[in-house]
Design a protein around this ligand. Structure first.
Ligand SMILES: Cc1cc2nc3c(=O)[nH]c(=O)nc-3n(C[C@H](O)[C@H](O)[C@H](O)COP(=O)(O)OP(=O)(O)OC[C@H]3O[C@@H](n4cnc5c(N)ncnc54)[C@H](O)[C@@H]3O)c2cc1C
Length: 803
């Protein structure tokens, strides 16, 4: 084993070898993979090897497409067969809702370049004769699905990497990791020590243990997973290989294995494996079978595919593999641990391993993953993702693997975990709660006597009229909204102003004022959108997206000077309430001594003031687009503040409002939001944030790329549409058509109650951004006429928020 390497990858499962291969491809040849046993000695060896392109996150779906296309390349380079069988795949719907879901998946596939086809039951049965037609309502066909040989794939990656100069060391366990002061690592193994500039944790089933070597507790849990192989099935003799098949209602997947079928299930009562510690002596082992546990799925399977029921069971496999709470991988660098990377929690290694390796290698070599990997970024989890939380969410996610997640559906596991001091007050107001970063927040309020329970649906739900009433309260009088779930940072120190001027694209506001600003990476792409509230010359209260707190901190840490600037995340220290609507000023003025007139405290002002006895920071800004104030207080004052506002608001017709109403109002104002409209694949001009980029500033990160983007007449533009929707609004990811072809995708959508219009935001090519007509948005299989709006659907001049 060599004594020094540019990068050491720990773990020779399908993910580790993919990272190794992609590092060599990206130009790092002095790289070493250390595997404690033989390659594939974790989850990889007993995988069913299935691969597919569909994923709930379109960006992850793109990386899955990449993975599947990669097998030819690594076979060609290495000479090692990957055992690729591209059989095509069939997804069977057993209900109308599932068929709707398939139509939506097909629609999304259109702008991802996927060739998906909706089939009738008869058409499906023609190409998959094992199915019993009466149980199904329709199907979707995907020509690019199939399976691979896990051993072949892993060895092909490894050989291709070795041919490019990488070294693979087997039968050597990494036992310790120690950081040097220069950010490089001493990697201790059973057979000596290696000095590495970078370390990658691709430990799969042992990723938690490898993480603990550096004091990191990764939100990962392994679940037991069973599949069985049937005996030979006479109908398959002499037939071409059967398609891959997912039966959503049966919650099972199928594929042919020799003369029989392989059938697996994600059972509802899934069982975790090694909840706290993975034993090091577990290797190419299997777990005891427990057919009882999957009996309900098997019964349905045998009913839906009768030939399987009579073929007998030849073999049962029960093996563990790991999941993050949302089922997507965890990749990227770890804050505070220089040059330490993770590539773990990959639950579909044969669909995702290539994309994970590609993105991570680019990230390590170029400083940027080269793709939008927010859905896989390890930074999407904060300290709230404890092992207990992870355990509850992973079980839930596993049990729901083949269930529909409706756009308005809130999941129940691990709740309530985090609550703000007014949680019981909001409960008493009949709030329907949602969860965000494990924090409870009100979505909408049911009137007295009405259950605060939303029907889950692709269409407008029972909450629709109640959300409408909340929106009208804001537009006509005043609404009270909790805004605690925003991300917050306090930035100070003698160099704070200068630092923010360099890190943010807009100029700093004057002391006592607010400025909105994008944050750009070196390539001029959006990596944040913030509200900067300037409290002093070198003191700024920064508001952004809470889910991206670690993501932002990673960038801040990269850019922070050794001394002179302190950035302190303080999301939970300060909680917030917002009052918005034409009577908001009257309301707040009764509680403060400061002059709130439009002259004394205009739009985008920020000031410390006492509200009654409560010390607060108040900003004259509102995401509703109405006259409004955001009020920030230490959490121990929140109840007092809430009670004060509620009492004073009574005479003014104030009512509590929730996140659904806020979303409806920001849509009719065409306001974008992080992770929907604003993502690291878009520049600020494409995203309509150009007015917040101050190119007059001498320099800031991403300036030259932004200046270039400003002059461009190609690329994409974020635009708003009014949609001739029926009973369902766009919710995100729907294709946008123009003159009969797909030209873009919706980023978010909903109903604007004041504008009385179904609204959708989305990106389309620049050359179409001046057209108003000829657009359609495909909602649940129906193309709805859409008119591009030149201005926001509500208060286009923005007079209300400024008055
Ligand atoms: C029954 C079953 C069926 C499955 N079916 C499919 C399927 O059809 N399609 C699909 O895409 N996925 C499937 N999977 C999931 C798939 O197996 C995983 O996504 C994939 O194997 C994860 O690979 P990995 O490299 O992250 O982890 P692992 O395969 O667990 O690899 C980790 C490696 O790291 C090594 N290691 C750990 N710690 C150290 C250390 N300290 N020092 C040195 N080496 C170390 C281990 O020995 C191991 O070889 C299935 C899984 C199971 C259990």
């Amino acid at each position: 084993m060599k004594k020094h390497a540019q990068a050491v990858v720990i773990g020779g499962g399908v993910v580790g070898v993919s990272v190794l291969y992609h590092l060599t491809k990206a130009g790092w040849k002095d790289v070493l993979l250390i595997e404690r046993a033989e390659l594939t000695s974790g989850s990889t060896w007993h995988a069913a090897g299935g691969m597919h392109t569909i994923n709930g996150d379109p960006n992850v779906a793109k990386l899955q497409q990449y993975t599947i296309k990669l097998y030819d390349e690594i076979e060609r380079i290495s000479g090692q067969s990957c055992g690729v069988h591209v059989t095509g795949g069939l997804m069977l719907a057993g209900t109308q809702e599932r068929l709707d879901w398939l139509k939506m998946a097909q629609a999304r596939g259109r702008y991802l370049g996927m060739d998906l086809e909706i089939l009738s039951v008869d058409e499906a049965a023609k190409i998959f004769p094992l199915m019993e037609k009466q149980h199904f309502t329709g199907a979707m066909y995907d020509p690019i699905e199939g399976h691979v040989d896990p051993y072949g794939v892993t060895h092909a990656y490894a050989k291709a990497a070795e041919m490019a100069g990488a070294q693979v060391v087997r039968r050597t366990r990494v036992t310790g990791l120690k950081a040097r002061t220069d950010g490089s690592w001493d990697v201790t193994t059973e057979h000596g020590r290696v000095h590495a500039e970078h370390v990658v944790n691709a430990g799969g089933l042992w990723a938690r243990e490898v993480g603990r070597m550096v004091g990191l507790e990764l939100p990962i849990l392994a679940m037991q997973h069973q599949y069985l192989l049937t005996g030979d099935i006479p109908q398959l003799v002499g037939q071409p290989e059967q398609l891959h098949c997912i039966d959503f209602e049966g919650e099972i997947y199928l594929r042919q294995e020799r003369g029989g079928m392989l059938m697996g299930t994600y059972e509802r009562a899934g069982v975790p494996w090694s909840e706290h510690t993975t034993p090091w002596d577990f290797g190419q082992d299997l777990l005891p079978n427990d057919l009882e546990r999957i009996a309900p799925s098997l019964e349905v399977g045998f009913e839906h595919f009768p030939a399987l029921g009579t073929a007998g069971i030849r073999k049962v496999i029960n093996g563990p593999f790991t999941f993050a709470p949302d089922g997507n991988p965890l990749i990227g660098p770890i804050n505070g641990l220089k040059n330490f990377w993770v590539a773990c929690g990959v639950m579909a290694g044969f669909s995702q391993g290539g994309g994970v390796g590609l993105a991570l290698a680019h990230w390590m070599v170029d400083g940027d993953p080269g793709a939008d990997v927010w859905g896989m970024d390890v930074a999407r989890y904060g300290s709230w993702a404890t092992l207990g939380y992870t355990n509850a969410k992973v079980r839930e996610n596993y049990s729901r693997r083949f269930r529909i997640r409706f756009p308005n559906e809130e999941l129940e596991a691990a709740r309530p975990l985090r609550t703000t001091p007014i949680y019981d007050r909001l409960s008493a107001e009949n709030a329907a709660f949602g969860e965000y970063c494990a924090l409870e927040h009100a979505l909408w309020f049911a009137p007295p006597g009405v259950a605060a329970k939303e029907t889950i649906t692709f269409r407008r739900s029972n909450a629709h009229p109640h959300v409408a009433a909340e929106c009208h309260a804001v537009r006509d009088a005043v609404g009270l909204l909790e805004i605690s779930s925003y991300g917050k940072f306090e930035i100070d120190g003698p160099g704070a102003a200068e630092w923010l001027t360099r890190v943010m694209a807009n100029h700093l506001p004057a002391v006592g004022a607010i400025a909105l600003t994008p944050m750009l990476n070196d390539r001029g792409k959006l990596i944040g959108d913030f509200t900067m509230c300037r409290l002093g010359q070198n003191h700024v209260f920064l508001i952004g997206t809470y889910a991206a707190e670690s993501y932002y901190m990673r960038w801040f840490e990269r850019e922070l000077p050794a001394t002179g600037v302190i950035v302190r995340p303080c999301a939970t220290e300060y909680v917030g309430l917002s009052v918005a609507g034409p009577r908001a000023r009257t309301l707040l003025q009764t509680l403060v001594r400061d002059d709130l007139s439009n002259v004394a405290f205009p739009f985008l002002s920020f000031k410390r003031m006492d509200i009654g006895m409560v010390p607060a920071m108040v900003g004259r800004v509102s995401f509703t687009g109405d006259l409004g104030y955001e009020i920030w207080v230490a959490s121990d004052y929140q109840r007092a503040l809430y009670d004060l506002l509620v009492t004073a608001g009574r005479a003014l017709g104030m009512r509590p409002i929730g996140a659904r109403a806020l979303n409806a109002m920001r849509l009719e104002k065409s306001f974008g939001t992080w992770a929907r409209e604003y993502r690291p694949i878009y520049g600020p001009y494409a995203a309509g944030l150009g007015r917040f980029v101050d190119l007059k500033k001498a320099d800031f990160i991403g300036r030259s790329a932004a200046a270039e983007e400003k002059e461009r007449t190609d690329g994409l533009r974020l635009v708003a549409f009014s949609v001739a929707a029926a009973d369902a609004d766009a919710s995100g990811d729907e294709p946008i058509w123009h003159d009969g072809r797909v030209v873009g995708a919706v980023t978010s959508g909903g109903y604007g109650h004041s504008a009385q219009a179904s609204i959708a935001l989305g990106y389309i090519p620049c050359e179409l951004a001046a057209a108003n007509d000829g657009f359609e948005i495909e909602i649940i299989g129906a193309r709805r006429a859409a008119r591009r709006l030149d201005t926001a659907a509500f208060d286009p001049q923005g007079l209300r928020m400024r008055s």
